[in-house]
Design a protein around this ligand. Structure first.
Ligand code: COS
Length: 384
């Protein structure tokens, strides 16, 4: 994997050392457990990432198993980029541990942090983030899933869908309407343990790049008040703050996929002969490779700019949206170009570029579709 970007001033020595160690580990350890079903593969990967210590970077607080006291966005991005380069499902497994527990790292009480974060960091508890609903995807503030105050508990009623790790998670970071005010100001965050009575998996959802995904149903599900995360009515802001970190990391994953596609495309161009010369000797192939490399570097610059900026304690809502949009859209083009360089081989099941082609598509949709990122960027521009 090409690593010259690690010389950029966004990084500190610990980041360079992390990327180097992780690259070596991933080359040696990440195998495709292709014959097992996806739930089993995902559980194994979470365990493997936990045993090797990588999941410590997904949580904050050294006292709770974290690698550092605050979330290190650049470390998370380097982890996602490197894992995505090697193994799409390993990246997914890492990312969901972070997304599902991120709000606990940011806003959890000492008891909540103690109960969940060490197990997430060791890979012993699988986390999930439950925000979207059948009629509230891009428009989060329109959510209908309700949490009614009832003595020492909240009672949940409603549905969540497109929930990654749905069905295998040990706990869900759930957002529900508590009604302090209309819209975004009337939503709260909860930690809901799998197996809580009244909570069931309504449907498993299959997608083009398989990973655990489900629709969840809550019917009279009682959650103790101690499971409320943050103050009542703060759920929307908690969700957005979590997404500010993890949207940047989606950009990093897209970057890993794109970098891998460029690597595969270069190898193909050097080794394939046609019309009596190498594919790499054709100017049309050279133009493709040049465009791919430029798209990769542009995405990397935006991604690590956003990550660095967040680690400086600055607002990154606009920069994270720019990074996510540019990196995911760019990666789609880079991967498509790599498939084209491979010709018929590029769409053969089992080829690296074929699996990248399937892996990248969802990243342009989840954690805020490209159109949502455009909306966020334009709003921030118009504000200033
Ligand atoms: N950090 C902190 N607070 C934020 C914030 C952020 N990044 N973004 C918004 N807020 C705050 C706003 O400041 C506002 O606060 P006040 O009520 O105090 O003024 C409040 O949250 C509501 O914000 P806004 O008016 O922007 O809400 P909208 O309903 O217009 O939100 C978008 C619109 C599209 C930005 C939001 O719904 C969104 O991000 N949608 C995509 C959701 C998504 O990513 N889904 C995928 C699920 S995870 S796979």
């Amino acid at each position: 994997m090409q690593r010259t970007h690690l010389d950029w001033p966004f990084f500190e020595p610990r980041h360079r050392e992390l990327a180097q160690r992780l690259g070596e580990w991933a080359s040696a350890h990440l195998r495709d457990h292709g014959h097992d079903e996806v739930d089993t593969r995902c559980r194994l990967l979470v365990r493997q990432l936990g045993d090797a210590g990588w999941l410590r970077h997904a949580v904050a607080g050294r006292d709770h198993g974290g690698a550092a006291d605050a979330i290190d966005t650049r470390a998370i991005c380097l982890l996602r980029e490197t894992l995505a380069w090697h193994h799409g499902l390993a990246d997914f497994a890492f990312a969901m541990q972070g997304l599902g527990s991120g709000a606990i790292s940011l806003h959890g009480t000492p008891a909540q942090r103690e109960r969940y974060l060490p197990r997430v960091a060791r890979g012993e508890a699988i986390a999930a983030f439950a925000l979207s609903e059948p009629d509230a995807g891009s428009d989060v503030a329109a959510m209908a899933c309700a949490a009614r105050d009832d003595g020492d508990a909240y009672v949940l009623d409603g549905e969540k869908t497109w929930i990654s790790n749905g069905g295998i998670a040990d706990f869900y970071l759930l957002f529900a309407r508590t009604g302090e005010a209309p819209g975004a100001r009337g939503i709260s965050a909860f930690i809901v343990d799998a197996g809580t009575p009244g909570f069931e998996i309504a449907e498993r959802i299959e997608v083009i790049a398989p990973h655990p995904l489900a629709r969840l149903r809550f019917a009279g599900c009682r959650v103790p008040k101690s499971q409320l995360l943050g103050a009542p009515g703060q759920g929307f802001k908690i969700a957005m703050q979590t997404l500010d970190i993890f949207r940047t990391s989606v950009a990093a994953a897209a970057l890993g996929f794109a970098r891998r596609a460029l690597h595969e495309g270069l190898q193909r161009a050097r080794s394939r002969t046609m019309f009596g010369q190498r594919l790499a000797d054709f100017q049309l192939a050279q133009a493709k490779l040049a465009q791919m490399a430029t798209t990769v570097d542009s995405a990397a610059l935006l991604t690590y700019r956003a990550a660095w900026q967040r680690d400086q304690g600055l607002n990154v809502t606009c920069e994270a949206a720019m990074a996510k949009m540019a990196a995911t859209e760019g990666a789609q083009q880079v991967i498509d170009a790599a498939v084209q360089l491979f010709g018929g081989e590029g769409v053969r099941s089992g080829q690296v570029v074929e699996s990248l082609y399937r892996e990248i598509r969802a990243l342009r949709i989840y954690e805020g579709a490209t159109e949502v990122q455009q909306l966020i960027i334009a709003r921030e521009l118009l504000k200033s």
